[in-house]
Write a protein that binds this ligand. Structure first.
Ligand SMILES: Nc1ncnc2c1ncn2[C@@H]1O[C@H](COP(=O)(O)OP(=O)(O)OP(=O)(O)O)[C@@H](O)[C@H]1O
Ligand SMILES: [Mg+2]
Length: 325
């Protein structure tokens, strides 16, 4: 499995916890210098895969390689080229922010002065200069996340694993963290981040891998996934209800699909794969059929639609299936 462009390569990885198949033949590829979003609901197997890739968990079978190192055979070497910010921030509450960073730097065998220099630079970069001398137990959730992320990059690893980096943050802290992640990527860091948030995958990731129940359901750019799995919906509002039947007949012919008719709203909707050109076509055909259009629009699929199409449930429903994890 030599592949020079892949920073992360996973092939057919299985991991069982007793009866639970946390990973059931998962595949994944992350190009060097890119960001891949591993998107899946609670219990999908995201953390399990991150733990396999960061040598914290030995897979039952399959192969996983990071920067050319096998997670099992080359575990020690592999640990030197990765950073990990886990799902719950691994911060020592009784150390200050600065001490936390210096401790991690020392674990990577950086000399004391270099550890201090990098800690200072990171406190600055993550807006923690004021808080740097306070014990971490006084930090807000967002500050802990930032400190944890700072610690994960103090050794300047080429590959970074971020397990749900923004879960539990308020919208402002979330956007701030996105900016930090984008900055790391701009400097050439390869990032694998897990998320349950479709907008986060959409905003940060070059490519998205959707997983559920330990299996990959789909892979592609956000646009590719939207095209593959969810259709755009063309919707027309007619002037009077007696035109609904004629409108439905026209829309039904466009893509040979069954239109939905909402009497009260005087609206006919139909799935389409024709792209935005379908609007002009529909207008022409509707006018030719004597239909007067009050409103016409094309709803492009969102990543939420993709998620629904792939997993059979809405993104925010996933929370309630496994309970609050
Ligand atoms: N130590 C463990 N022992 C037993 N089962 C486990 C263990 N860790 C995880 N699991 C199970 O493995 C499956 C995958 O869990 P995992 O933590 O990888 O999911 P996840 O996608 O990270 O979910 P979340 O979004 O909630 O973090 C789940 O069914 C989970 O209950
Ligand atoms: Mg998890």
């Amino acid at each position: 499995m030599t592949d020079l462009n892949a920073a992360v390569l996973v092939e057919g990885v299985h991991k069982h916890y007793g009866e639970v198949r946390a990973l059931d033949g998962a595949d994944l590829r992350v190009e060097r210098g890119s960001v891949v979003g591993l998107l899946g609901p609670n219990g999908a197997g995201k953390t399990t895969l991150v733990r396999v890739l960061t040598t914290l968990l030995v897979p039952d079978s399959g192969r996983a390689i990071v920067e050319g190192y096998d997670v099992v055979e080359d575990a020690d070497a592999l640990r030197h080229v990765i950073g990990l910010a886990g799902q719950s921030a691994a911060v020592d509450d009784y150390l200050t922010g600065r001490e936390n960073l210096e401790l991690v730097a020392r674990l990577y065998h950086l000399p004391k002065t270099e550890a201090r220099r990098r800690a200072d630079a990171l406190l600055e970069r993550f807006d923690l200069v004021e808080a740097g001398h306070r014990q971490a137990r006084t930090y807000s959730g967002g500050m802990r996340r930032r400190l944890d992320l700072a610690a994960s990059i103090i050794a300047e690893p080429p590959v970074l694993f971020l397990d749900e980096p923004t879960t539990g943050l308020d919208p402002r802290s979330r956007l701030a963290l996105w900016d930090v992640i984008r900055g790391l990527v701009a400097e050439g860091t390869t990032v694998l981040l897990t998320t349950q948030y479709l907008d986060e995958a959409d905003a940060l990731a070059d490519r998205i891998t959707v997983i559920d129940r330990g299996k990959v359901l789909a892979e592609g750019t956000a646009d590719e996934l939207k095209q593959q799995t969810a259709q755009a919906v063309l919707s027309v509002q007619v002037e009077t209800p007696d035109q609904l039947a004629a409108a439905a007949a026209v829309l039904g012919r466009l893509d040979a699909q069954d239109p939905q008719v909402e009497e009260a709203a005087r609206r006919v909707s139909v799935g389409t794969t024709r792209g935005s050109a379908v609007i002009a076509l529909a207008v022409r055909e509707l006018e030719a059929a004597g239909v007067v259009i009050d409103d016409i629009g094309l709803h492009q699929p969102t990543l939420d639609d993709v998620f629904l199409a792939l997993t059979g449930r809405a993104a925010d429903e996933a929370d309630t299936i496994e309970g609050a994890a």
